[in-house]
Design a protein around this ligand. Structure first.
Ligand SMILES: Cc1cc2nc3c(=O)[nH]c(=O)nc-3n(C[C@H](O)[C@H](O)[C@H](O)COP(=O)(O)OP(=O)(O)OC[C@H]3O[C@@H](n4cnc5c(N)ncnc54)[C@H](O)[C@@H]3O)c2cc1C
Length: 499
């Protein structure tokens, strides 16, 4: 079954979805919903999966892009969750998405603010993280163990650190996905390859145990889709379709710095947040050269917006914490972009949102609709498996732990490394596009890395229906507003050529 998504397939599948009765209707196409669609389709079920906007429109594209090995859960004694995280990291790294997920080195600078006792405690934590790695079966050569570096070693990896009083650093490794939105696209396409009808721009207006009222957001047409089971995977918007659930959204903000702002960066960083025992500022170099600096954890009240705003206070907090460990401070006008995502945390009656459970929940409403919410990007597959088990108890067992996603290989692919990292084996197809038409090798913005060919690919195969899809989710040019403005004309031109 062909995994390509595009406007023609959407029209065909929309028409079929209106006529058929699917085994499963999935609402929401973030990592969770796309994972549910794949899990069910791979079990041989007929699936319709819809999103009000686009693949990865919601929280999934605003993550820190870490594929956690479970360490953060150990600190709070959540052993089961820690093991699950390490196991899922192994699945992604070794079996399902080796092209998109790899190990990322992290440095924790031992500044005067980190006492010797704290440093010992943190090192013990990293060593326990290494035990989780081994228990999950991940070879050490894929995710190396932790080590301590002297000041020269620390400054070699991150020369921007303030050398004054630096006692060295702790080096550890965790997983990282090259782009969270691309993971979702790969999931949705792999599901489509197993026959799922993946429909973007279809909003669920109301759910029932045997289907949903939907609206085609491109035409305004309302219609019904019938299904034997329904899963609500709308993340932070889930309570709008399942009133029995209460969520306490929490805002996580990242800053975007242009390549070079922090000088050469050979590692990411965990920077202890003054006054907090188990929270760190993250400095995350991206493969396109940008650096993300995150992240906040602030409760958000009121209606859930489509895209969260970034308050000045978040920018001040992140810059202030970062500048606390740098030789030269980063100024506000060096911040090229900022974005926020909302964590879909279930209200458990606990105190701060930072303390709310990160575990996922699968809940069945009185109407029979199964809602899957919470969790992490890292554990999307387990969430999906649990949701399908609950919604379709007679289906055969999940196969996704060993099911490679579209493009899942890095080895032996003959294409530029940047493309291989983002497209896996399909990098060869993009390189071939450029080979057949040199003009497609041009860069979308001067000095950027993204080529016209990637925009063409997004429209032909990745379900991009407009410029927003192309710039904000298939590529991430839109992370910097200035770059987005200069790319818009090219995106529009490519779209008109492909129409
Ligand atoms: C700042 C931040 C950083 C994070 N970092 C990490 C990290 O590094 N690693 C990690 O593992 N996890 C991380 N997480 C957690 C992780 O990102 C989320 O748990 C996960 O992405 C949630 O995915 P989801 O599919 O459940 O929700 P979403 O991605 O929000 O998807 C829900 C989808 O439902 C759609 N929708 C909503 N209403 C409707 C409707 N009525 N009809 C149809 N569709 C609808 C939306 O358009 C959206 O696309 C982070 C979270 C945040 C906020």
């Amino acid at each position: 079954m062909e995994s390509s998504l595009n406007a023609a397939r959407r029209a065909h599948d929309l028409d079929a979805a209106r006529r058929e009765v699917a085994d499963l209707l999935v609402v929401g196409l973030g990592a969770t919903g796309a994972g549910v669609a794949l899990d069910a389709a791979a079990r041989g079920l007929s699936v319709v999966a819809v999103d009000a906007h686009d693949l990865a429109f919601g929280t999934s594209r605003w993550s820190s892009k870490l594929i956690h090995g479970g360490l953060r859960y150990l600190a709070s004694g959540k052993i089961g969750l820690a093991r699950e995280s390490a196991a899922e990291r192994d699945v992604l790294l070794r079996h399902t998405a080796p092209h998109l997920v790899k190990a990322q080195p992290f440095l924790l600078p031992l500044t005067p603010a980190v006492t010797a006792a704290t440093a010992r405690k943190l090192m013990t934590g990293y060593r326990l993280g290494d035990v989780l790695r081994a228990a999950a079966g991940t070879p050490r050569k894929l995710v190396p163990g932790p080590s301590r570096l002297d000041p020269a070693g620390a400054l070699d990896l991150v020369p921007a650190l303030a050398a004054d009083g630096l006692r060295g650093a702790l080096r550890s490794y965790d997983g990282r996905v090259v782009d969270d939105a691309r993971l979702v696209v790969a999931l949705a396409r792999t599901a489509a390859g197993h026959g799922a009808r993946v429909l973007t721009r279809c909003r669920a207006l109301g759910l029932a145990g045997d289907g949903a009222e939907l609206r085609d957001e491109l035409t305004g047409d309302a219609f019904t889709v019938r299904a034997r089971a329904v899963v609500n995977a709308t993340g932070v918007w889930a309570a709008g379709l399942a009133p029995e659930i209460t969520l306490r959204p929490s805002r996580g903000t990242h800053l975007v710095l242009r390549e070079g702002t922090l000088g050469p960066l050979k590692a990411a960083m965990h920077v202890p947040i003054p006054g907090e025992s188990n929270r760190f500022l993250l400095v995350l170099p991206q493969s396109d050269g940008h650096v993300l600096v995150g992240l906040t954890d602030e409760p958000v009240e009121g209606p859930v917006p489509d895209v969260a705003d970034v308050p000045d206070a978040d920018v001040d907090f992140l810059l202030g914490t970062l500048n606390g460990v740098l030789a030269e401070p980063v100024s506000r006008d060096q911040v090229a972009g900022a974005h926020a995502g909302l964590r879909p945390l279930l209200d458990t009656g606990a105190g701060r949102t930072a303390d709310l459970s990160r575990r996922h929940a699968v809940l069945r409403g009185e109407d029979g609709v199964v809602t899957v919410v919470g969790g992490k990007l890292t554990t999307y597959r387990r969430m999906a498996e649990d949701a399908v088990d609950a919604a379709c108890p007679h289906a055969r067992r999940s196969t996704t732990a060993r099911l490679p996603l579209v493009g899942a290989t890095r080895r032996g692919v003959r294409a530029p490394w940047r493309l291989v990292e983002r497209y896996g084996s399909e990098a060869e197809d993009i390189a071939a596009l450029i080979e057949s038409n040199r003009a497609l090798g041009a860069k979308v913005i001067p000095g950027g890395a993204t080529t016209w060919a990637e925009l063409v690919w997004a429209v032909r195969h990745e379900g991009a229906l407009d410029e927003d899809d192309m710039l904000d989710r298939r590529t991430r040019i839109g992370l910097i507003a200035e770059d987005r403005r200069s790319a818009l004309k090219v995106a529009h031109h490519v779209l008109s050529l492909e129409a």
